[in-house]
Design a protein. Structure first.
Length: 108
């Protein structure tokens, strides 16, 4: 994706919000990491993988910063970042919007 840059274990990129409906009762909103960025993160954080191949990260979108995990997605062939409703509300983000993401691996 345009705008991606990697500096050690910190990355910045632009990504589009999308909804994933795994179960009828749950609906999750994610952004995909650009594949080149995901490759760099995997190389840097492989030793810090947790359950399901997840990696702990600190994220900033706009003025909102929080900690969460990114997860490998076989279908997207990259890592996916979940966006909490509170973050989307605070930053006035809707499905389909593109946002700028700053992300840092926590356990590296």
């Amino acid at each position: 994706m345009a705008g991606a840059s990697v500096c050690g274990v910190e990355v910045e990129f632009d990504a589009q919000l999308y909804e994933w409906d795994a179960r009828q009762a749950d609906s999750w909103v994610f952004v995909n990491l650009p594949t080149d960025v995901a490759d760099e993160i995997l190389d840097a954080g492989a030793h810090a993988e947790r359950g399901f191949g997840s990696l702990r990260v600190e994220v900033r979108i706009g003025l909102t910063t929080w900690r969460t995990s990114i997860f490998p997605s076989a279908s997207a062939q990259t890592f996916v970042l979940p966006l909490k409703r509170a973050v989307r509300r605070a930053e006035q983000l809707e499905l389909g919007d593109t946002t700028h993401v700053w992300l840092r691996l926590v356990d590296v």
